[in-house]
Design a protein around this ligand. Sequence first.
Ligand SMILES: *[C@@H]1O[C@H](CO)[C@@H](O)[C@H](O)[C@H]1NC(C)=O
Length: 348
Amino acid sequence: HSSCRLPCCRFQFWKRKGSAVTFACVMVLLAALSTLLFVDAIESWAVSMSRTKGVAGVWVGPGPPNRGFLSPPEEYLLMPSPLVCQRAKPYLIVMVTTAPAHWQARQVIRETWGEETEVRGRRVMTLFMVGQSLDPGLSKQLVAEARDHGDVVQGRFLDSYANLTLKTLSLLGWVHRFCREVPFVAKVDDDVLFNAGALLHYLNRNHRTESDLYLGRVHVRVPPKRKPTSRHYLPALGTAYILSRAAARKILQAASTLPLPDPLPPEDVFVGLSALEAGIVPHHCPLFSGGPGVPYSRCCYQAMVSVHHTSPEEMVRFWTEVHSIPPCSWLSMKASLGLCKVRALVGM
Ligand SMILES: *[C@@H]1O[C@H](CO)[C@@H](O)[C@H](O)[C@H]1NC(C)=O
């Protein structure tokens, strides 16, 4: 065609019948393939775009002044040796929030990912954070469990869903008091398949020098607000997140200046508010699961840092499979991650 001045028009194949269609098909295929391979980068970009609106003034509501969670040791009824961190010098401490009755979940974690104490040349320590039980039998069992394994921290509060905020404050307080030097703390629920190797790999590549790191899957919460008409939203992190030493300290400090209303705000909202107060911005990492479950596939799970809603039976099976066979290649990991993200979205 004489009016076509685009360079691509000069190619021979362009003039042949049908080749334009072929070319378009190839381009679409390539676009789909790169979307699949870089789904994590695309997701990070999309989340950062959706958060540029900023957060308006939020308000927790009236409540008694916070008793301050810079934790005297008598706040803890059970705990490992106060010297545990000085001896082990962990790089990452994983605090698993768990209920007294969830002994099976704890046992499975001890036998799977919690067993890892050396990951990518770094020391990792896993501890369990519980509250108090009203059931004397359970309380006794917990004392025995703590004695046998030395990995239970019990705070002085009633263990209930409504008190999850206290559990997080209590675990941050414990780390602040007894593990001052640990560079990173992870808060992980007891139904999460956690992959310290994938996390350390990600941290090495992305946030090596960040001091105020608050990392996980960012979701949006609507915190309590002064005026029902104003639209506030709060970025919060869910079932698993990572805090650097400085961020953990600042969040704990900010948390102790906020009132603790009754009922307590949900854990993610309270920590989100404290982070906001401390001027710490949550970072989104696409390798943390949230919302829809991530369908199992070996290479995808090798890439993911956390997968929630994992039953004890699945935890054993997935962990064994992910770790018993040679590691997946970069390409199969990327492709598998893309596929399982897409499957999670469409719910297959
Ligand atoms: C939370 O813990 C406190 C301290 O143990 C207790 O008094 C309170 O009843 C608990 N709240 C709920 C809703 O369980």
